[in-house]
Structure formats: structure tokens, C-alpha cells
Design a protein around this ligand. Sequence first.
Ligand code: ZN
Length: 195
Amino acid sequence: MTGSRKRCVYCCDSRSSDIDHFKPIKVDIRSTFQWKNFILICPECNRCKSSKFAYGADGTPLLVNPTSVDPWEHLVLDVDSGVMAPRFKDGEYDRNGEYTLEVIHPVNDEATVEGRRRSAERYIDAAHHAMEDGDTQKVRRAFVKAVAYDEFGLATWFAFREGGCTDPIRQARDAYPALWRRFCTLACRQSLNSL
Ligand SMILES: [Zn+2]
């Protein structure tokens, strides 16, 4: 659920030492022993989450469950700052993204944001190297390293979301398709390992 580094499913910055009920048992006692209701979370995110659990107008939970939903459906990353924000679509901010960031505010704590920014920077640096040196072994290793040292699961943001549409990531993608396919494969593996 949290990958080899046992990171919290929300902030990705701390060890997931707590087993929490995604749907609090105060809200639904019947979900106490349901396996799919368990998430691995860090103590700080768990404290913030507590028993907060609101529903949207359609009756579904507002809190994003990263073990069953791709968080990028609801959130976006500002690569330059490392800050996560709710996705803006159809003229309004995504309510699930807004609620999740309101409740689990350690996601945008200063230290977490800085760690996320540095992780993003490794991908951007790798793309810069690609544009300077081409599709070389050194450049491929730079992408492998960016994924290997990425505690925050950002590879899919760059491989499959808006992160791939800004330079120099977009330039590297367009100039070196074979390199890009290898990177997308790594991003898929990172995503699967975090389940
Ligand atoms: Zn956490």
C-alpha cells in the first residue's frame, strides 16, 4: 500500500506507522474489520484526519482514498514550489481535493513541500540533461535515479499528467520517444509499488 519505504499514503513524507480506518468507525461501525477500509498513515496525518469524514452532494466521501483512487484526479502539483492544490475543472475547484487538503494539512507542511519540490527538481534536471546530451546511458540513469529517490510518487505526474506538458519535460518527451517510454514504464512500476 505504501511502497518499499513504508510512507504515509497522504503526506508521503513520514513513516506509515499507524493503521487507520479510512471511513472512521465512529461514522460506520460496520467497516471496523473491512480490509479495504484500512489505510497506512503517519501519526500526524492520522491526528489531523481523526474522525473527520464528510460526504459530497452525490453521497460519496469527500476525502480522497489514495489506495483506491488516483490522487491526480483531484489534485495538482505546482512543480516550482512543491505545493499540492485542488484540481480546477469545470469552472471550480475539485471539492474532493479541497476537502482532502483541508483535513490532511501535513500534505502542504513546509518540510513536506520542500521535499516534494526537490523530488520534482530531479525529474526536471534529468530532462534538462536529455536536452543537452541526448538519450545517453547517463541521462537514462538520471531518470532512474529521479524515480528511485522520489518519496512522493511524482513520476506519474510527469509521465501521464500535466507535468509532462511543461518544458523541459515536454521537450525531452517529444525529442526522445524511446527514453520517454522507458521513463513511463518506471512511472508505472512506481505507481504499482505504492499500492
Ligand atoms: Zn502523513
